[in-house]
Design a protein around this ligand. Structure first.
Ligand code: PEP
Ligand code: MG
Length: 593
C-alpha cells in the first residue's frame, strides 16, 4: 500500500480500479520547405484549424451538459485561441518567411505563448499554460496525421494521469468516471475547476504518482484530504468503504438541497431569494441546519448569515485557524451547492465584550470590523479559514459594522494577502469568492454607492441600522417601544442602499429581524430587495406570504411612505389602507325569496 499526497480539487471519496491514461506529447521536427510546399503547408494549417474548431465545438456541447456552470466558458476560451488573428497570422507569416514546416512553426509559436504563461508571476496565468498545450497538441495531431488519443475506460474507473487536459476530463466524464488524480495542475487549474463542476472527487498536483500506478490497480481517492492510496490493505479498504457510504448519503442530502430551491416569486413575477440565519456553530447545529435546509420543497438559497462570533458561546475562546477551517469547510460541503454566507466576527456591542474590557458605550465602541482590523492575526486566520471553505462549496464572506471605505479597503487587502498565503502553500480556494459588506451604520447606508462599487454584494443589518438611526438601544426594554424598523428614516436609508447598489449592479439582501416580520414584508418587497435571510422557522411562512403579494402594489406603498410619512404611525396607517385594498372584496349576497 502506497499513499501519495496532492492538492484537493474536489472533496469526496472514490474507490475503484485505476485507468492509467498515458497522454504522450507530440513534438514536431524542423523541416525546410521548398517554394511549392509553402502554400501547401499554409493550407494544411487552415484544415487543421477547422478540424480542431469542430472538435472544440463538440467538446463545448458536452461540457454544457456535464459541467454547465464552468465548462462552457473554459472551452470557449480555448476555442478563441484557434481564432486569434495574431497567433494564426504569425504562424502563416513564419511559414512563408522562415520556409519551415507548419507543424514545427505551430509547435514553436504555441510553445512560446505557453512559456510566457508558465513563467508568469501570476499563478492563474501559470495554470492556463496547460490550455495552450491542449490546443497545440490538437493542431499537431492534425498536422502530423497522428491517431486520435482514445479517452475510453472499460467499466468504472479512477483516471490517473501525469497530465489531464480539460478536454480529456470532459470526454472521460461521458463514461463511468469515478474520479481523477493528476500529477500536474493546481487548485485553480481548469481541470480542477471542472472536477468541481462535474461533482467528482479529484486530486491534482500529486507530482509523481502516475508513474507508479498501472491500469487495474485498486485505488482509494480521498478528494477531501487530497490523498491517493494505491493497493490499499484490507483494513483501510473496509474503513474507506464505510466513509464512502456516509459520503453517498451526504451527497444525496446535498443534491436534495440543490434541487429543493423552488424560487419564490410575487404574484406579478418578481423573484426574492430566501436564505436563513444561523447562530450556534457546532457539529450538532450544522447537522440541524442541513436537516432543515434539505427538507423537501424548502425554498432556500442557503445560509444568508452565519454569525461566527457565536463560536465564543460554545468554546469561550476563538477557535484556532485549523478548527475554523474544518468547521467552515464542513458547512460549505454540506450546503453545497447552496450558498453559505460567513460573516467575520462581530464581537463587541452586546455580544461578548472585545478583549473582556468594560466600555461605557459598547454599541458605539470596539465592535465588529474594528476589532478584526485591530487584531490582524486573528482576522487573517479567519479569512484564510473562510477562503479554504470557498474551495469546497459556494461560500461568500461578509464584513460587519463597516462605517468607512477605509475599513473595507483594508479588509479587502487582508483577503488578497490571505489568498497569496494559500497560493504559496498550494492550498485550494475560490479566487473569486464574493465579499460583501453589511450595511448597519447610517454612514454606510448614506454612502452605499461607494461600498457597492468596491465589493460584490451588500447585506442590510436592519437590527443595527434601526438602532443607530433611531438612537434606540436594541436591547433596552425601557425604550423597546421606540425601536421600529418601519420608521420612515430607516425605510429611506434602506431605499438609498438598494438604489445605490442596483446602480452598481450589485445585489442587496437583508438579514436582520425585519426580514421575518409579516408587517414589514410589503415594504421589503416594494423596496426591491433581492434576498432576505430569516430565522429557519420563518422560511416557509415568509415564502408563502411573498407568493400572495404584488410587487407593483408594494412599490407604490413604499413610494407613498417615503413621500408622505413622517412617523412610524404614518407608515403603519398607510399599511392598513394598503391591506384594506389588498383584501379580496366580498360580494354582497342578495337574498332572493
Ligand atoms: C443586524 O444588525 O441586523 C444583523 C443581522 O446583525 P446582528 O443582529 O448579528 O448584529
Ligand atoms: Mg448587526
Amino acid at each position: 500500500m502506497e499513499t501519495y499526497r496532492g492538492i484537493s480539487a474536489h472533496p469526496g471519496i472514490a474507490i475503484g480500479p485505476a485507468f492509467h491514461y498515458n497522454r504522450t506529447l507530440i513534438a514536431a521536427d524542423e523541416l525546410e520547405l521548398s517554394s511549392e510546399e509553402i502554400e501547401e503547408d499554409i493550407a494544411r494549417v487552415d484544415v487543421a484549424l477547422e478540424r480542431a474548431r469542430s472538435e472544440m465545438d463538440k467538446i463545448t456541447m458536452i461540457a454544457e451538459q456535464k459541467a454547465p456552470d464552468q465548462g462552457k466558458a473554459i472551452f470557449e476560451a480555448q476555442r478563441m485561441m484557434l481564432d486569434d488573428p495574431f497567433v494564426i497570422g504569425n504562424v502563416k507569416r513564419r511559414i512563408r518567411e522562415e520556409r519551415r514546416n507548419a507543424a514545427y512553426v505551430v509547435d514553436t509559436e504555441f510553445s512560446h505563448h505557453q512559456h510566457f504563461l508558465a513563467t508568469s508571476e501570476n499563478p492563474l496565468f501559470r495554470e492556463r499554460a496547460d490550455d495552450v498545450e491542449d490546443i497545440k497538441q490538437r493542431l499537431l495531431r492534425h498536422l502530423m496525421k497522428k491517431d486520435k488519443i482514445v479517452s475510453k475506460i472499460d467499466g468504472s474507473a479512477i483516471v490517473v494521469a501525469e497530465l489531464l487536459t480539460p478536454a480529456d476530463a470532459i470526454l472521460f466524464s461521458r463514461q463511468d468516471l469515478l474520479g481523477f488524480a493528476t500529477d500536474t495542475g493546481g487548485a485553480t487549474s481548469h481541470v480542477a475547476i471542472l472536477a468541481r463542476s462535474l461533482g467528482l472527487p479529484a486530486i491534482v498536483g500529486l507530482r509523481a504518482a502516475a508513474g507508479h500506478i498501472e491500469t487495474g490497480d485498486i485505488l482509494i481517492l480521498d478528494g477531501t484530504r487530497g490523498e491517493l492510496i494505491v493497493k490499499p490493505d484490507h483494513a483501510t479498504l473496509v474503513r474507506y468503504k464505510e466513509l464512502a457510504h456516509d459520503e453517498v448519503i451526504k451527497e444525496k442530502e446535498r443534491k436534495l438541497m440543490g434541487e429543493a430551491t423552488p424560487p419564490v416569486f410575487t404574484k406579478d413575477g418578481r423573484e426574492i431569494a430566501i436564505s436563513m440565519n444561523m447562530e450556534l456553530i457546532s457539529e450538532e447545529a450544522i447537522e440541524e441546519a442541513v436537516g432543515i435546509a434539505s427538507t423537501d420543497g424548502k425554498p432556500l438559497r442557503g445560509l444568508g448569515l452565519l454569525r461566527t462570533e457565536h463560536f465564543l458561546t460554545a468554546h469561550d475562546e476563538i477557535p484556532s485557524e485549523v478548527e475554523q477551517s474544518k468547521i467552515y469547510c464542513d458547512l460549505a460541503a454540506k450546503f453545497n451547492p447552496s450558498v453559505v454566507t460567513i460573516r467575520t466576527f462581530d464581537i463587541g456591542g452586546d455580544k461578548f465584550s472585545g478583549g473582556g474590557m468594560r466600555e461605557k458605550n459598547p454599541f458605539l465602541g470596539w465592535r465588529g470590523i474594528r476589532i478584526s482590523l485591530d487584531e490582524p492575526i486573528m482576522f487573517a486566520e479567519q479569512v484564510r479559514a473562510i477562503l479554504r471553505a470557498s474551495a469546497v462549496g459556494n461560500v461568500r464572506m461578509m464584513l460587519p459594522m463597516i462605517t468607512s471605505t477605509h475599513e473595507l479597503d483594508y479588509a479587502l487587502d487582508v483577503v488578497e494577502r490571505a489568498k497569496e498565503d494559500l497560493r504559496a502553500k498550494g492550498e485550494a480556494f475560490n479566487g473569486k469568492m464574493p465579499v460583501g459588506v453589511m450595511i448597519e451604520v447610517p454612514a454606510a447606508a448614506i454612502r452605499a454607492e461607494h461600498f457597492a462599487s468596491r465589493c460584490d454584494f451588500l447585506s442590510i443589518g436592519s437590527n443595527d441600522l434601526t438602532q443607530y438611526t433611531l438612537a434606540v438601544d436594541r436591547g433596552n426594554e425601557f425604550i423597546s417601544h421606540l425601536f421600529d424598523e418601519l420608521h420612515p428614516a430607516v425605510l429611506q436609508l434602506i431605499d438609498n442602499v438598494i438604489t445605490a447598489a442596483h446602480r452598481k449592479r450589485k445585489p442587496v439582501s437583508l438579514c436582520g429581524e425585519m426580514g421575518g416580520k409579516d408587517i414589514a414584508l410589503p415594504f421589503i418587497i416594494g423596496l426591491g430587495l433581492d434576498e432576505i435571510s430569516v430565522s429557519p422557522t420563518r422560511v416557509m411562512h415568509i415564502a408563502s406570504l411573498i407568493r400572495t403579494m404584488d410587487y407593483k402594489k408594494c412599490q407604490s406603498l413604499v413610494r407613498k411612505a417615503l413621500r408622505d410619512a413622517s412617523t412610524t404611525e404614518d407608515v403603519k396607517q398607510l399599511l392598513v389602507e394598503f391591506q384594506g385594498k389588498a383584501k379580496p372584496k366580498r360580494r354582497r349576497l342578495i337574498k332572493k325569496n
